[in-house]
Design a protein around this ligand. Structure first.
Ligand code: AP5
Ligand code: MG
Length: 191
């Protein structure tokens, strides 16, 4: 069992790098953003609530997202490990993740903290917005997402710092360069 938290601002490359890592390390990718977009597509109650919040660049309440993630873990009980992408995004969620993993005899092994300059984040998301169809990939909401990240999500770094799991990754450069930095960091921790 090996569990990764992939962490970083909107556009830092969490989803992109997760796609590479699931293949290399045989992990299950759990992106709370993707799970919420699936709820929206399915027209569920959670999806209806999430639709409005995502379009404003605001967060879904902690209790709802914590239940969503716990269910996703339990649906994949045979997994050899997980990549948690977009979760935890608040300190409350970080505590809840530890609790839900401990209950299941698991733990977070490494937190990859991908750092990308703000102007590069905006450029990447605007570019993605040309084809993504995502309601939050426009300049006004990108700027709101970056503010929400700074206010609510950056404090999560200190949480993992205290546990000795915060692993800064330089996220500027090509996808392959970033992947090489990440695999180097993971291989130091993974037995
Ligand atoms: P979520 O879907 O998680 O969005 P996000 O965190 O804003 O991050 P993104 O998915 O936009 O970026 P990414 O880091 O995955 O980058 P990517 O690899 O795509 O969440 C959306 C919303 O859902 C939230 O705002 C919130 O409302 C809600 N939500 C989700 N989780 C929640 C939670 N836990 N609690 C409460 N609410 C929650 O890359 C971006 C682009 O850059 C792509 O086009 C990619 O091709 C390109 N790119 C990637 N790497 C590089 C590179 N090295 N060089 C050039 N381009 C690159
Ligand atoms: Mg993503």
């Amino acid at each position: 069992m090996f569990n990764i938290v992939i962490f970083g601002a909107p556009g830092s490359g969490k989803g992109t790098q997760s796609d590479f890592l699931v293949k290399k390390y045989n992990l299950i990718h759990l992106s709370t953003g993707d799970l919420l977009r699936a709820e929206i597509a399915a027209g569920s109650e959670l999806g209806k609530l999430a639709d409005g919040l995502i379009a404003k660049g605001e967060f879904v309440p902690d209790n709802l997202i914590i239940d969503l993630l716990a269910n996703a873990i339990d649906k994949n009980s045979g997994a050899s490990g997980f990549i948690f992408d977009g979760f935890p995004r608040t300190v409350v969620q970080a505590g809840a993740l530890d609790e839900m993993l401990t209950k299941r005899g698991m733990q977070v092994d490494i937190m990859l903290n991908i750092a990308v300059d703000n102007n590069e984040l905006v450029a990447r998301l605007l570019n993605r917005g040309k084809t993504s169809g995502r309601s939050d990939d426009n300049l006004e909401i990108i700027q709101q997402r970056l503010r929400t990240y700074e206010e609510k999500t950056m404090p999560v770094i200190a949480y993992y710092d205290k546990q000795g799991k915060n692993t800064p990754i330089q996220g500027m450069g090509t996808m392959d360069e970033v992947l090489a930095r990440i695999t180097n960091a993971v291989d130091k921790v993974k037995k």
